[in-house]
Design a protein around this ligand. Structure first.
Ligand SMILES: NC(=O)c1ccc[n+]([C@@H]2O[C@H](COP(=O)([O-])OP(=O)(O)OC[C@H]3O[C@@H](n4cnc5c(N)ncnc54)[C@H](OP(=O)(O)O)[C@@H]3O)[C@@H](O)[C@H]2O)c1
Length: 278
């Protein structure tokens, strides 16, 4: 049995639809919003260990989609990993982030590093195998970094981002879920076919979505100040995540292009324009 979490969201929903002929089990917090792909729909939040263990009963292969950013995300992921191991899941696929680890420039990459460690520990104890999908930033999200006047602002310098289409992440996840033994222990760095500066991203993404976009450099201090002004209620961890999205681009953390998408799916990774095609 294949199960997919986060199926009410963009990525999990795409994977569920790609695997519709397998009737995957969907594990969601709100069953009324689950896509209809012919499988069972089970209810569990990442905060509820008992519900998660029940929802994962009988599951052989699980895609754990990382949670929305929150102050308790590390604990939520640990809850799901522990529940998967306890429920007897044989193979866990997790959507991590490129460069995940305690020293990641992108602060949410540190959370992903914590989850990867939890997966390794649980696997060592239970015999569960796993595949880590270390995604770059999603290419199809980049135009949404712009403000109402079409300006993308941040301290990215001339750094480059090898952003990946969410559809390619979904394609890789679906391929791994169909043949877990072939991908046991693998860590895939999922990127697009090229690494672009934010000025290039703005120009090309703008042309692709029919909106004039441009990139404006900020210092780190200016980046914190502009985000604090725009979102006065934002928590420190959110501000750190938003600003470090750009500093991770500036320092080369997300610039490496791989051919892992093609290696797993057999199809070249989508370009920025292809990722943005409706
Ligand atoms: N690499 C990148 O650039 C990038 C960008 C954005 C996000 N991400 C990560 O990738 C993940 C998937 O992306 P996406 O575009 O599919 O995001 P999305 O559309 O927001 O979907 C997130 C899914 O996760 C579920 N979820 C979140 N928190 C949960 C919790 N505590 N318990 C149970 N379910 C929970 C959501 O359920 P509900 O529908 O009930 O909310 C939803 O189904 C995101 O959650 C985030 O961790 C990466």
């Amino acid at each position: 049995m294949i199960a997919i979490t986060g199926a009410t969201g963009a990525l999990g929903g795409q994977v569920a639809r790609l695997l519709a002929d397998q009737s995957p089990t969907l594990v969601v917090r709100d069953p009324s919003r689950a896509p209809d792909v012919g499988g069972e729909v089970r209810q569990a939040s990442y905060d509820d260990r008992a519900a998660a263990e029940l929802a994962l009963a009988g599951v052989d292969t699980l895609l754990l989609v990382s949670a929305a950013e929150s102050a308790t995300r590390r604990q939520q992921h640990r809850t799901m990993v522990e529940a998967a191991a306890a429920a007897g899941v044989r193979h866990l696929v997790y959507t991590s982030f490129v460069g995940a680890g305690a020293d990641a420039t992108f602060t949410l990459g540190r959370d992903h590093g914590d989850t990867e460690q939890a997966i390794r520990d649980a696997a060592a104890r239970s015999g569960m195998t796993y595949t880590l999908l270390r995604d770059n930033f999603y290419a199809d999200v980049l135009p949404w970094f712009a403000d109402a006047s079409g300006v993308i602002r941040g301290p990215a310098g001339d750094g480059r981002v090898a952003a990946v289409a969410r559809a390619d992440v979904a394609g890789v996840a679906a391929a791994v879920l169909l043949a877990p033994e072939a991908h046991a222990g693998a860590i895939y760095e999922l990127t697009g076919p090229e690494a672009l500066t934010m000025a290039e991203v703005a120009a090309r993404a703008g042309a692709a979505v029919g909106r004039e976009l441009r990139y404006e450099e900020e210092t780190i201090e200016e980046a914190y100040a502009s985000r604090r002004a725009g979102y006065p209620d934002a928590a420190d961890f959110e501000l750190d995540a938003w600003v470090s999205t750009y500093t991770a681009i500036a320092d080369g953390s997300v610039a490496t292009v791989t051919n892992d998408v093609e290696k797993v799916t057999g199809r070249p990774a989508r370009t920025l324009e292809e990722a943005l095609r409706p």
